[in-house]
Design a protein around this ligand. Structure first.
Ligand SMILES: Cc1cc2nc3c(=O)[nH]c(=O)nc-3n(C[C@H](O)[C@H](O)[C@H](O)COP(=O)(O)O)c2cc1C
Length: 220
């Protein structure tokens, strides 16, 4: 698969086979993603990959916090509102996903189900967490996005599925304490990793994109 096909066919995977990905394959993905560009080549990414009993225990802790009504405290705050164009695209995503899966958007249990699925890393055998030092500026946050995309594209090229998850950072303080990461680090993103289940299921839904005409102004 060439780079263009890889970019265009990658999608978020939300149902995984139980079978773990070999350590050597996960190492290869990190080895590839580390070639991402970064501001002054500072490479601000710090990575944890969780598997097995430790991953299950963190999921159990996150679900327990959520069900106990703990207030989320992500290091990068969730947006409280969106500009109109972005808001419309989010509404479009929710509606198309609801139509595809027969979900009632007025069902108050939807968010709860979604959060629990996220905290369980969608059943994936591995969960990656990205951190960086909290003294870094938004330029370094930008670098983290580049790293995450390289990682997800490399995984896709090797037949491994991923989904980036802001929700997995809801209880940042607890995640850091569980992983023995100092409070001085900023939790950026979780990524579930595993082999995609390819039958008719969550993975059969593809998102679309705004037309290029909506995005670019050509000035001459
Ligand atoms: C920074 C970021 C945070 C995201 N957080 C979540 C999340 O918490 N849970 C989830 O299921 N998907 C999450 N996603 C996945 C997006 O919903 C998904 O990328 C988007 O709908 C486009 O679909 P695609 O990845 O299949 O192309 C996130 C994506 C990004 C880039």
């Amino acid at each position: 698969m060439d780079a263009i096909e890889c970019i265009k066919t990658r999608m978020s995977i939300r149902q995984f086979k139980k079978e773990p990905v070999e350590r050597s394959q996960l190492e290869e993905l990190i080895d590839i993603a580390r070639w991402s560009p970064s501001y002054k080549n500072s490479q601000p990414w710090e990575i944890i990959i969780l598997s097995g009993a430790k991953k299950e225990a963190l999921s159990a802790r996150l679900v327990e916090l959520f069900q106990g009504g703990a207030s989320p405290g992500p290091d990068i705050p969730e947006p409280q509102s969106w500009p109109p164009a972005e808001e419309a695209r989010i509404a479009h995503l929710y509606k198309s996903r609801a139509d595809a899966f027969g979900i009632d958007l007025n069902d108050p249990g939807i968010l709860k189900k979604a959060k629990i699925a996220n905290f369980n890393f969608y059943g994936a055998p591995h969960a990656l967490y990205l951190f960086q030092d909290s003294s870094l500026t938004p330029w370094s946050l930008f670098d983290m996005g580049l790293f995450a995309q390289s990682f997800m594209l490399a995984a896709h090229a090797r037949g491994i599925g991923t989904v980036p998850q802001a929700f997995a950072t809801d209880y940042a303080r607890d995640v850091k304490s569980f992983l023995d990461i100092p409070e001085t680090k900023r939790l950026i993103l979780g990524i579930s990793i595993g082999f995609p289940l390819s039958d008719k299921n969550a993975n059969s839904f593809r998102t679309d994109r705004a037309d290029t005409k909506e995005l670019v102004r050509w000035i001459e």
